[in-house]
Design a protein around this ligand. Structure first.
Ligand code: GMT
Length: 388
């Protein structure tokens, strides 16, 4: 059977964050390949802003009826929008990113649509398995929604294992395909242009190292560890820190760095749509997270040839090779992480070798096109099976 032009809808969170970014990239790549692509979401996903690709956006709107305030009607409104779009568009595939509550909304929609329902693909991203999904209030319905998905994927082998364990599932009950997250290696390419860093830090000395952290500043990211590592490195080797992203832990970090008298050495930039030039000019990426199913921002750093110093947890060892493209240390071991950063920064030959290998490994394992091929093949397989 020859491959067909697919009619595909994607649901994701629209804000900054890796899951929305990957979902958007998949949609855009499918549109580039000639498929008809819809996004069903609360708002236009940030990474879709300004796209020249012909994708269709369907906004999920919730009731403002007073009795329903704070009653969590988003999953119902989402399921209703999925039903509406499916009925109108005769979708082949509904690909939901982040299981809670997207996989459950997709299952509800499918129940209503009956035989006309599209195939459901669920991509788990991280805390939907390791934190929220396994909370007692969500576990039974999330587990059921995974069992009812036609295909489930994870961005790392770690998350696949964690999903089977956390939800008491098995390869027999829910087969899970690992499709690594990916990066645009053309956009994220090594270029050591420090002009942007100089604008941030007018006093930046030639050769003065700059560290960077990018995240949603949630507790799992251990932002205080970023501060401690930076303070420790800076004590021995004056350097700077760029903090990109926003979230609940940002204020505490700003306060702490202020108390340490380091505010002049740190730039908090908040959420940024395009920071690749700054990232590529930095000397080390810090990711001391408590949990991390993958670590997309670290992958972007590696693609730019920036070595990563991170916690040895979750899916991180699948993308950072200890001693080759960066260093891993136990969660919370800020002294070890600071020592590793110093080793890298003080040895130019070592830094260069790490940087080179980081780029090489990303080119070999995390390019966009092969990952998109895998998703496209998965969709085609599901559609072909549905027509048999
Ligand atoms: O799960 C989350 O906390 C949010 C999610 C996101 O939307 O960014 O992050 C997860 O998905 C990313 C994309 O697959 C991964 O790169 C992150 O490692 C993962 N976060 C965690 O596992 C904490």
């Amino acid at each position: 059977m020859t491959d067909r032009r697919l009619n595909l809808a994607i649901t994701c969170f629209s804000t900054f964050g890796g899951s929305g970014m990957i979902a958007t990239e998949i949609g855009l790549a499918m549109a580039e390949r000639g498929h008809r692509v819809h996004f069903i979401a609360r708002e236009l996903p940030v990474h879709l802003h300004g796209t020249r690709h012909p994708v269709l956006f369907h906004e999920v709107t919730e009731s403002t009826y007073p009795a329903l305030q704070n009653s969590g009607t988003y999953p119902l409104a989402l399921a209703s929008k999925m039903i509406e779009v499916c009925q109108k568009e005769r979708l082949d595939i509904l690909h939901v990113h982040y299981a809670v509550p997207h996989a459950t909304a997709a299952w509800m929609a499918r129940e209503v649509l009956g035989p006309r329902a599209p195939r459901i693909v669920t991509t788990l991203h991280g805390t939907d398995t390791t934190l929220v999904g396994i909370e007692p209030s969500y576990l039974p319905i999330t587990r059921f929604s995974l069992l009812r998905s036609d295909a489930v994927t994870t961005p790392s082998a770690f998350l696949r294992r964690a999903t089977w364990e956390g939800f008491h599932l098995s390869p027999e009950t829910v087969p899970i395909e690992v499709i690594f997250n990916f990066v645009d290696t053309v956009r994220h390419t090594p270029r050591r242009n420090r002009a942007g860093l100089r604008r941030l830090f007018p006093e930046l000395g030639d050769g003065e190292p700059v560290l960077i952290h990018v995240s949603n500043f949630r507790p799992v990211k251990r932002i205080q560890d970023v501060c401690t590592i930076f303070a420790e490195v800076n004590r021995r080797l004056p350097c700077r820190l760029v903090m990109i992203g926003d979230g609940p832990e940002r204020e505490g970090a700003e306060r702490r760095l202020g108390e340490l008298g380091l505010e002049e050495r740190v730039a908090f930039l908040g959420n940024q749509e395009d920071f690749v030039e700054l990232l590529a000019a930095c000397d080390a990426f810090l990711l001391p997270s408590e949990k991390e199913s993958f670590g997309l921002a670290a992958l972007e750093a590696l693609s730019c040839g920036v070595p990563v110093v991170a916690s040895d947890i979750g899916g991180v060892p699948e993308l950072v090779s200890h001693g080759e493209t960066g260093y891993l240390a136990p969660v919370g071991d800020v002294s070890a992480m600071a020592a590793r950063v110093l080793t890298l920064l003080r040895d130019a030959a070592l830094w260069k070798a790490c940087s080179h290998r980081a780029r090489e490994q990303v080119l070999a394992r995390f390019q966009r096109a092969p990952a998109i091929d895998r998703y496209e093949a998965l969709y085609q397989r599901l559609v072909a099976a549905a027509h048999r």
